[in-house]
Design a protein around this ligand. Structure first.
Ligand code: AMP
Length: 282
């Protein structure tokens, strides 16, 4: 497995790779959710590239950029075991040298939900993904449905900016207790981990209510809220029941919907989502 720490090295190694090339962008501290993306990329392409980069421009000033978990050695050995061809692990200065000042702004889609809670977040995401697309020139790029809005934003930017890249969305991987895998789960105490199960339980409750015939979004949102707030240490950032394409809130679930939420468990901010009807494609 090759490891490139600079853009030049990544470009040089990319030129030697048999095509097609699949790219999996990550912030590292890998778990089975990431590895599911890697396996899918490896199955669908002749060459697989994984990027490991905690992208400073997608973190707000009060967020966890400096404390975000990192373990390059462990990540490299996991990726080596998966048969990955190239790992691109640039430095922050490498991608954003002094004077760097060009940005990709995804517009309205990036202002809702996570974008409203984390101003500038999607500008940072869209910018780094655009840079990775230019450096790696993949045929396909793999993203998790765990970050549903991010996936929607990346589909939009790929379309709007005419990238000739297939964006592949992959299902959410969960731990046996239902918690969606996330590098940030490592911040949780054992007791907070119990509270964190409320996110997926509230989504299951919403799906069950929908299956039972409930179509009023306010009623479903209220039931989710009660379930979440019954747990110690939880604070709700938002519960959204929205059109999966526009991410605009819908009052009635009479068509496809994306139910998503952001909840703070102690100081840790967690997100999760599900689709109605369950499994409905993006
Ligand atoms: P991150 O390292 O958190 O930026 O995530 C890198 C990629 O892995 C993103 O496309 C995420 O949506 C995806 N991902 C993270 N956690 C999961 C999960 N539990 N299931 C599926 N995909 C995930």
């Amino acid at each position: 497995m090759n490891v490139a720490r600079s853009i030049e090295e990544a470009r040089r190694l990319r030129r030697t790779m048999p095509e097609s090339v699949g790219l999996v962008p990550t912030m590292g501290f890998l778990h089975e959710g990431h590895l599911a993306l890697v396996r899918r990329a490896a199955a669908e392409n002749r060459s697989t590239v994984v990027s490991l980069f905690v992208n400073p421009t997608q973190f707000g000033p009060a967020e966890d950029y400096t404390t975000y978990p990192r373990d390059l050695e462990r990540d490299l050995s996991l990726l080596d075991a998966e048969g990955v061809d190239l790992v691109f692990a640039p430095t922050a200065e490498g991608l954003y040298p002094p004077g760097y000042d060009s940005w990709i702004d995804v517009g309205e889609l990036g202002t809702r939900l996570e974008g409203a809670a984390r101003p500038g977040h999607f500008r940072g995401v869209a910018t780094v993904v655009t840079k990775l697309f230019h450096i790696v020139r993949p045929h396909r790029a793999y993203f998790g449905e765990k970050d549903a809005q991010q996936l929607a934003v990346i589909r939009k930017l790929t379309d709007d900016l005419d990238f000739d890249i297939e964006i592949v969305g992959c299902p959410i991987v969960r731990d046996p207790d239902g918690v969606a895998m996330s590098s940030r789960n490592t911040y949780l105490s054992a007791r907070q981990r119990d509270s964190a199960t409320a996110l997926s339980r509230s989504l299951t409750l919403a799906s069950d209510m929908w299956r039972g015939g409930e179509r009023n979004a306010a009623v479903i949102r209220h039931a989710m809220e009660s379930l979440l707030l019954a747990e110690p240490d939880t604070a709700i950032d938002y519960i959204s029941i929205a059109n999966p394409d526009t991410l605009l809130e819908i009052p009635w679930l009479d068509g496809p919907a994306l139910i998503s939420l952001a909840v703070r468990v102690g100081k840790t901010r967690l997100i999760d989502n599900t689709r109605i009807p369950p499994g409905f494609p993006k």
